[in-house]
Write a protein that binds this ligand. Structure first.
Ligand SMILES: Nc1ncnc2c1ncn2[C@@H]1O[C@H](COP(=O)(O)OP(=O)(O)OP(=O)(O)O)[C@@H](O)[C@H]1O
Length: 529
C-alpha cells in the first residue's frame, strides 16, 4: 500500500468527514488509513464502556477481535494509555503483556514478535470516550515523529466520533429512527447484543422501530438464538424503560400455581394463601411483562391471559374486584405456535392477539461472520475466567465454527468455546502460553444438517442439541429425495454463512440464479417469505 504523507492522509480523512457515510464505515476507513500511514500491523479503536474497552473498528486483527472486550484493570498497557492525555509508547522491551497477544492477523497462534506499541486516550465532548492503539511488528516504527503525528491524528478521530454521534442525534430528532438517544457515535449500538450481519442489523433496526409502540411483540426463534436478550433490548428501547421488566418462564409455571403467579391472590384464596399477594401482571404495571416460552402455558391459563389482554384488567384469585393494569406484553417461543393451534394445544384467539407483531430471530447459522464476533466474546470471557494470557482460534477452528449449522445457536457456541478452553488446559496448555483452540477440541458433529424450518418457523422441540452424525458406512438408507434435500439444505446454509446472510452473493457462490435459490430455499423450509 502506498504510504501516504500526512497531508494526503488528512485530506482523505476530511473528505470522509464531510461525506455522507454511515458512522461505522467512516471509523473503519479511518482505522485502515492509520494502519497504512503508520505502516503497522494492527490498529484498534476502542470505546470505553464502564470498566472495559470494546473494539468498534479494527485493522490487522483476527476476525473475532471485534467481539472481544478488554477489561482495563486486566490490561496494564490499556490502563496506562487511558491514564494520560498524550501518546503512550511501549517499546519492544516492555515487560507489560500486550492485549493483542496472539490476535494479530497472519500470526495465528504465535506469540507476537518483539514489537512496538503506542496508544492514545480519546475524549469526546469533554469526557473520556476510549482509546486508539497501534501495534508494529518492526522495532523502531513508532519514533518521536510518529508519536507526535498520533497526537494530531487523534484529534481527527475524536472529531469523526463526534460527527457520528451528532448525526445519530439529528436522525433521532428528525424521527428517522425510533431509537431513543443511545451511543449514536458509530459504535455498534447494541448493548450486549453482538452482531453485524445484515440479518442482525436489520433485526436491531426493526426492534428500534417497534419498541415504542404499545403492541404486543412475539419473538420467534430456535432455542438459544437470544430471544431473552432481544426482549430486554425491546424493553430498554421502549418509553417504559424506567419501569419494571418482569420475566415469566411459562414452562416453569406449574398449572396449579400459574394463575396466582400471573394474577395474584387474595388472603385465604387457597390453603396456604396466608396473605394477599400481587401477581406478575401487577408487578409489571407500567412496564413490560415478558412471557418466555409462551407455547407452554396451560390452556386454562391461556383463557385468563386472553381476557386480561382484551380488557386490560386482572382479577386476583379469590377477589371479585377487577384491577386495571397497563402492561406491554413481549412473548417468546421456540415452538411453531401455528402448529400448536392446529393441534389444539394453543388457543387460536390468543395466538392472534400475541402475534400482532411477530419478530423472527435468525438462527446463528444464517448470521455469517457474527459467529466469529460471538466466539471472540466467549474466548475473552474464558481467557479471563481461566486466567490465561491469550486464547484464540486456530484457522481450522475458525473454519469449523463458520461451517457448523449450530442447532443450539448462540448458547451452544458459548458451551463449545468453554469446553474447548478447558480441553486445552487438560492437554497441558500453560496459562502463560498463547492458547490456540483446535477444531478437534470443539466436538462439532461433522455433516450435521441444519434443523429444518429456518428462523421463520421455529422448530417444534426444546433444547435441540447436535445428534450424532452417522458415518457414510453406517448411515441408514434414506429415500434419495430426502438425502438430496438434506445435502441442498447444507450447501445453502454454508453459502449463506459465508456470505453473511446475503442471498444474492450466496446464489452466485452456488452458481444458481437468485430467484431459483429463493424458490429452493422456500421448498426446503429454509425461508418462508
Ligand atoms: N447476539 C448476541 N450477542 C451476545 N450474546 C448473545 C447473543 N444472542 C444470544 N446470546 C447469548 O446466548 C445465550 C442464549 O440466549 P437466550 O437465553 O436469550 O436465548 P433464547 O432464544 O431465549 O433461548 P431459549 O429459547 O432456549 O430460552 C445467552 O447467554 C445470551 O446472552
Amino acid at each position: 500500500m502506498v504510504i501516504q504523507t500526512m497531508n494526503t492522509l488528512l485530506q482523505s480523512l476530511l473528505d470522509d468527514l464531510i461525506g455522507e457515510l454511515p458512522a461505522a464505515v467512516r471509523l473503519q476507513r479511518l482505522v485502515d488509513a492509520l494502519q497504512a500511514h503508520f505502516r503497522c500491523g494492527a490498529v484498534a479503536l476502542l470505546k470505553l464502556e464502564q470498566d472495559h474497552l470494546r473494539p468498534v473498528a479494527v485493522a490487522g486483527l483476527v476476525g473475532d477481535a471485534l467481539g472481544r472486550r478488554f477489561a482495563a484493570g486486566e490490561h496494564p498497557r490499556l490502563a496506562a494509555i487511558l491514564a494520560r492525555r498524550g501518546t503512550t509508547c511501549f517499546h519492544h522491551d516492555s515487560l507489560l503483556p500486550d492485549p493483542y497477544d496472539g490476535l494479530i492477523e497472519g500470526h495465528a497462534g504465535e506469540p507476537l514478535a518483539v514489537h512496538d506499541c503506542m496508544g492514545i486516550a480519546l475524549q469526546v465532548d469533554g469526557e473520556a470516550w476510549g482509546a486508539l492503539t497501534l501495534d508494529a511488528l518492526q522495532i523502531g516504527t513508532f519514533d518521536a515523529a510518529a508519536q507526535t503525528a498520533l497526537e494530531h491524528l487523534a484529534r481527527v478521530v475524536e472529531v469523526a466520533v463526534r460527527v457520528g454521534r451528532l448525526e445519530g442525534e439529528a436522525r433521532a430528532l428528525r424521527g428517522t429512527t425510533a431509537a431513543p438517544a443511545g451511543p449514536a457515535d458509530g459504535a455498534h449500538d447494541s448493548a450486549e447484543i453482538l452482531g453485524q450481519s445484515p440479518l442482525v442489523t436489520e433485526l436491531l433496526h426493526e426492534l428500534a422501530v417497534v419498541a415504542d409502540a404499545e403492541l404486543p411483540v412475539l419473538l420467534l426463534g430456535e432455542t438459544g438464538v437470544g430471544k431473552e436478550l432481544f426482549a430486554h433490548r425491546l424493553h430498554q428501547l421502549s418509553r417504559h424503560r424506567d419501569k419494571p421488566l418482569v420475566h415469566v418462564n411459562c414452562a416453569a409455571l406449574p398449572e396449579s400455581l400459574a394463575e396466582s403467579e400471573l394474577f395474584g391472590h387474595a388472603r385465604g384464596a387457597f390453603s396456604g394463601a396466608t396473605s394477599a399477594r400481587p401477581g406478575r401482571f401487577e408487578a409489571a404495571n407500567g412496564g413490560t411483562l415478558f412471557l418466555d416460552e409462551v407455547g407452554e402455558l396451560p390452556l386454562v391459563v391461556q383463557a385468563k391471559l386472553l381476557r386480561t389482554l382484551q380488557s386490560g384488567e386482572i382479577q386476583r384469585l379469590g377477589e371479585d374486584r377487577p384491577r386495571r393494569v397497563r402492561v406491554r406484553i413481549i412473548a417468546a417461543t421456540n415452538r411453531n405456535l401455528r402448529e400448536q393451534v392446529r393441534s389444539g394445544l394453543f388457543r387460536a384467539d390468543l395466538y392472534h392477539r400475541l402475534s400482532v407483531y411477530p419478530v423472527p430471530i435468525p438462527p446463528l447459522r444464517e448470521r455469517g461472520r457474527d459467529i466469529l464476533l460471538l466466539a471472540g466474546r466467549f474466548l475473552e470471557l474464558n481467557r479471563a475466567r481461566l486466567g490465561l494470557r491469550s486464547l484464540r482460534l486456530s484457522p481450522q477452528a475458525e473454519q469449523a465454527l463458520l461451517a457448523y449449522p449450530w442447532p443450539g445457536n448462540v448458547r451452544e457456541l458459548e458451551h463449545v468455546i468453554s469446553r474447548a478452553a478447558l480441553k486445552a488446559l487438560s492437554r497441558g496448555a500453560r496459562r502463560t502460553d498463547i492458547v490456540s483452540l483446535q477444531a478437534e477440541w470443539m466436538d462439532l458433529e461433522p455433516g450435521l444438517a441444519a434443523p429444518q424450518g429456518g428462523h421463520h418457523a421455529a422448530p417444534d422441540h426444546h433444547g435441540a442439541g447436535p445428534s450424532p452424525a452417522p458415518s457414510p458406512l453406517t448411515a441408514p438408507i434414506v429415500p434419495l429425495r430426502q438425502g438430496v434435500a438434506a445435502c441442498q439444505r447444507q450447501a445453502i446454509t454454508a453459502a449463506l454463512a459465508a456470505s453473511g446472510g446475503n442471498w444474492a452473493e450466496a446464489a452466485r457462490s452456488l452458481q444458481l440464479d437468485a430467484s431459483n435459490l429463493h424458490k429452493l430455499a422456500r421448498r426446503l423450509g429454509l425461508k418462508t417469505a
